[in-house]
Design a protein around this ligand. Structure first.
Ligand SMILES: Cc1cc2nc3c(=O)[nH]c(=O)nc-3n(C[C@H](O)[C@H](O)[C@H](O)COP(=O)(O)OP(=O)(O)OC[C@H]3O[C@@H](n4cnc5c(N)ncnc54)[C@H](O)[C@@H]3O)c2cc1C
Length: 463
């Protein structure tokens, strides 16, 4: 009998187990695969490590622009690229395992966990019980229903981690966050890359100008982008793969040597025995939770990607903070207090906070927009990285900042000053008064707000 059981060692589970144990509770934590889950093994950590190698290759090819001579062609040794990535991942996953095994009051169980009752879980031959159970089982890549897919080999964001060669021509199905990071990375490693996106534009959740700018950036690097790629089918094509597509323009087939599926993720909840514990999930398998992340079984909480309230490491970790603070300090915290913020790690990256244009319109808000191309940001000019733009939306009457899209060098870092501004609800004139460091991308954010125009008008102020 334990005080608490944690299922899964993703971004919420280990921290929660350690905190509960630190408060004197007897905790069991169960992991069926690799410690640290998606972020550490197949997500953030390896992809950003690979993105760094791809950036180094890209910059080396551009060395001449900076007056730096690199004789001969720039080559990429994928075995070394992979070894570097593997080393970073091994340290991270090893640290999580060590942390859990050494934490006083935490007992580690290895194997698949499944509910057998409202407060009991089976792992291997053992049945564990606890009055409080925390689910942090994450998700896995979605393999879409595509005619012919069973006849061809394909990669997912998990299996591509074993690739130690440069594919001749990588076909990427899915033009959203994961697909674009891999697409640009492999182009820079030396592959030909074709991105096939079903929708009319890339990263469809973003504003149209963001989608368009990113498409141009990727195309300028030689990536082929096929939009409106509907009715996909797969077939063998000699030693490669052909994807049939029903695009409005272009050839009816895209041919390549390798195929990466990047069309989304599904929660790992189908094999958890949720029914036995009286835990409700929605049609897509996401566990239903209230504002405090409690499930329909009041002794069970769901944290991280499996509750559908976020799909990021920082949202999963924030779930842990909410649950722990509520249980140990009666803090009354809610996930609904979270402001959506995330980054896309293409080069240049996209830093995002708050509402998109579509969301602003949906809510019927009267908004103003400020926008400035990166070619007018001195730090970007000095770095020779002037692609993209900075864009901030504000509400006309209240002067509150509604959201921002920073597509440009350091956009993933610069967005944090806006994250702080949104959480502290400061009106934009006050945000502008704060003196920032020169030369920095962040120092231009007040300038973006100097020249605001009505959203939807002709107010493209600074191009
Ligand atoms: C390619 C890629 C890139 C990404 N990049 C970023 C990024 O840059 N920034 C960012 O914020 N997010 C990123 N993400 C998302 C991020 O990885 C996840 O949101 C994050 O890992 C949170 O996951 P989690 O805590 O819900 O669970 P996970 O990390 O998925 O962990 C769940 C764990 O539970 C275990 N498990 C599952 N079922 C059971 C069971 N029945 N019994 C025992 N154990 C079980 C699994 O083995 C796994 O270890 C990326 C994702 C992908 C795929």
């Amino acid at each position: 009998m334990f005080d608490a059981i944690v299922i899964g060692t993703g971004q919420a589970g280990p921290a929660l187990a350690a905190r509960l144990a630190g408060a004197g509770r007897k905790v069991a934590i169960i992991e069926r695969a690799k410690f640290g889950g998606t972020c550490v093994n197949d997500g953030c950590t390896p992809t950003k490590t690979l993105v760094a190698s791809a950036y180094a290759a890209h910059l080396a090819r551009r060395a001449g622009e900076y007056g730096v001579a690199i004789p001969g062609a720039v080559g990429v040794d994928m075995k070394r690229v992979k070894a570097r990535k593997d080393a970073v991942v091994a340290t991270s996953t090893g640290n999580v395992e060590k942390w859990m095994r050494e934490a006083k009051g935490v007992t580690v169980f290895r194997g698949h966990a499944r509910f057998t009752g409202r407060n009991t879980v089976k792992v291997g031959e053992e049945e564990l019980s606890a009055p409080q159970i925390f689910i942090n089982v994450g998700g896995r890549p979605l393999v879409p229903k595509m005619p012919g897919l069973e006849t061809v080999p394909y990669l997912t964001n998990v299996s591509i981690m074993d690739v130690d060669f440069v594919p001749e021509h990588l076909l990427v199905v899915g033009g959203s966050y994961i697909g674009l990071e891999f697409g640009q990375m492999y182009r820079r490693f030396g592959s030909r890359v074709t991105v096939l996106e079903m929708g009319p534009r890339l990263i469809a959740r973003e504003d149209e100008d963001v989608s368009q700018a990113l498409k141009e950036i990727l195309e300028a690097e030689g990536i082929e982008v096929r939009l409106g790629a509907e009715c996909l089918s797969a077939a063998k094509d000699g030693s490669g793969i052909a994807i049939g597509l029903d695009c409005k323009d272009g050839a009816p087939k895209a041919r390549g040597s390798h195929l990466l599926l990047a069309v989304g993720r599904v929660p790992n909840t189908g094999d958890l025995g949720l029914d036995a514990a009286g835990i409700a999930a929605d049609k897509r398998g996401y566990i239903e939770v209230d504002e405090a992340l409690r499930t329909s079984n009041p002794g069970v909480w769901a944290l991280g990607d499996c509750n559908g309230k976020g799909a990021f490491t920082h949202t999963s970790y924030n779930d842990y903070e909410i649950v722990a603070d509520n249980l140990l300090s009666n803090a009354g915290r809610k996930w609904t207090d979270r402001i959506p913020a995330y980054a896309l790690y293409t080069d240049p990256p996209l830093g995002r906070i708050g509402m998109s244009e579509a969301e602003i319109r949906q809510q019927g808000l009267k908004a103003l927009v400020g926008k400035r191309p990166m070619s007018r940001v001195s730090r970007a000019v000095e770095k020779g990285e002037t692609r993209g733009f900075l864009k901030i939306h504000v509400e006309e009457g209240s002067q509150r900042i509604l959201g921002a899209a920073l597509l440009g060098t350091s956009g993933d870092e610069a967005v944090h000053s806006l994250i702080d501004a949104l959480y502290s609800r400061i009106p934009h004139p006050e945000f502008r008064r704060r003196v920032r460091i020169h030369p920095n991308v962040s120092e231009l954010l007040p300038t973006v707000l100097e020249d605001l125009a009505p959203l939807g008008g002709q107010g493209w102020n600074s191009v």
